[in-house]
Design a protein around this ligand. Structure first.
Ligand SMILES: Cc1cc2nc3c(=O)[nH]c(=O)nc-3n(C[C@H](O)[C@H](O)[C@H](O)COP(=O)(O)OP(=O)(O)OC[C@H]3O[C@@H](n4cnc5c(N)ncnc54)[C@H](O)[C@@H]3O)c2cc1C
Length: 392
């Protein structure tokens, strides 16, 4: 762990357990993720085997209760883990975040029978999970979703789903899909949440999208054509689904911000090392004051992001009344800052920054999408402003 991370850690007085968690995640990332990250990116390879290795480390159910194999850790603990993993690869870290978000929805809103049936397989990472909210016609306006779920079978023992989800991370690779679908009237109150297994009849997947970054994980449509799901896979009750989806997102937003933080730290570390070696006009480029100022700004903004994110996570841990606002503020601020720092690092590398082998252009590509998903950064501003003007 470097002094920058330690400095913010001491601000928040990370306890011994938290430091141990951080070190464990850093060690795993350095050994199993960092050496392979560029190749996974280049080959568009989904490293399911390495992802599953995080199960025995307790990363399959970071903030899930321990009776089903979860680690029962807090949100600040989770942020430390995602920050550490993303220093090796933000896309790897983000996939673990999405899996945890989907699993935690089952933990929080599932019945005891559902928790015992599904969660041990997710916390151990025997099964991987995806989160399915976005549709081709509705992203930011998620409550407008159209995928339908209708009761069928004897005594209404099944639901039949029809529709499609868009941009689903891990689609086709995951074993379980936590799906928001409409069981009632238009608007948020008509939405329910289902756990759909990969082998459900009528479930299929679109082609893997060709995208700018996050190459090591698939992004596909999830398609439901008379897809039959047992009624026992409905989470909570009909109509509760929008609340469940949004509850997952507060923590998800902190996680994705942590993925930006770790990626940006990695970019800054690389830039600092490169600037101390690269020569121009007879001296190393870190001797130019213009670049020193740039490095100073990057460090300042990174530390401000870290402290802000840790504060937001602590609010969620404390169930503070303004935790949702802080999650939205942190997501917006840290993902914007993280992208800018990675892009500045690329500039500092000159032409070499644009080459794949130096690993900086990958960070820029990976971090860009964090400004878009888990709610776009415009939607984060909508949430923050609503809290400020008293509409929430
Ligand atoms: C690589 C990738 C992976 C993803 N993974 C998942 C996943 O696993 N599961 C999942 O459910 N979704 C996933 N998403 C979807 C992502 O959450 C959506 O793309 C995002 O919520 C935006 O929705 P949209 O693309 O439909 O954009 P739109 O909602 O159409 O927005 C278009 C533009 O309008 C702006 N805008 C919209 N409404 C407002 C407003 N009220 N005020 C101001 N500006 C506004 C937006 O900020 C944006 O700039 C993923 C997306 C990507 C790219």
């Amino acid at each position: 762990m470097d002094s920058a991370v330690q400095a913010a850690g001491s601000q928040f007085e990370l306890n011994e357990d938290q430091r141990a968690i951080q070190e464990m995640a850093e060690a795993f990332a350095a050994e199993r993720v960092a050496p392979n990250a560029l190749e996974w990116d280049r080959e568009r390879h989904f490293p399911a085997d390495v992802i599953r290795e995080t199960g025995p480390l307790g990363l399959g159910g970071i903030y899930i209760r321990d009776d089903v194999g979860g680690s029962a850790l807090g949100r600040l603990d989770a942020v430390l883990i995602f920050e550490a993993l993303s220093r090796a690869c933000p896309a790897f870290s983000s996939f673990i975040s999405i899996h945890n978000m989907a699993a935690s929805m089952i933990d929080r809103f599932g019945s005891d029978e559902q928790r015992q049936r599904i969660l041990p397989k997710l916390t151990s990472m025997e099964w991987l999970a995806s989160y399915c909210l976005t549709e081709p016609g509705s992203g930011s306006d998620a409550a407008a979703l159209k995928t339908k779920a209708e009761r069928s079978g004897g005594n209404g023992s099944d639901y039949v789903l029809n529709g499609a989800k868009q941009f689903i991370s891990g689609a086709g690779d995951s074993d379980v899909y936590v799906v928001m679908a409409r069981t009632g009237a238009e608007g948020p109150k008509g939405i329910s949440t289902f756990v759909v297994p990969k082998d459900a009849p009528g479930l299929s997947f679109g082609a893997n999208e060709k995208k700018m970054g996050w190459h090591m994980q698939s992004t596909r449509q999830v398609i439901f054509e008379d897809c039959k799901v047992p009624a026992e896979n409905l989470l909570s009750s009909e109509g509760a689904g929008f609340g469940i989806a949004m509850a997952g997102l507060d923590g998800g937003r902190l996680n994705i911000a942590a993925c930006s933080l770790g990626g940006a730290q990695s970019a800054l570390d690389k830039a600092l090392a490169y600037a101390s070696e690269r020569k121009a006009f007879g001296k190393t480029i870190d001797q130019f004051q213009a670049l020193q100022f740039k490095l100073a700004d990057m460090e300042t903004e990174l530390q401000a992001s870290r402290i802000f994110l840790y504060a937001a996570a602590s609010k969620l841990d404390a169930k503070a009344h303004d935790a949702s606002k802080w999650s939205a503020m942190a997501k917006r601020f840290v993902t914007d800052t993280g992208f800018r720092i990675a892009n500045d690092a690329l500039q500092l590398f000159g032409g070499y920054g644009y080459l794949h082998d130096y690993g900086v252009e990958k960070l820029v590509r990976d971090l860009r999408v964090h400004q878009i998903l888990e709610g776009t950064n415009e939607i984060m501003r909508v949430i923050v402003a609503r809290h400020m003007i008293g509409r929430q």
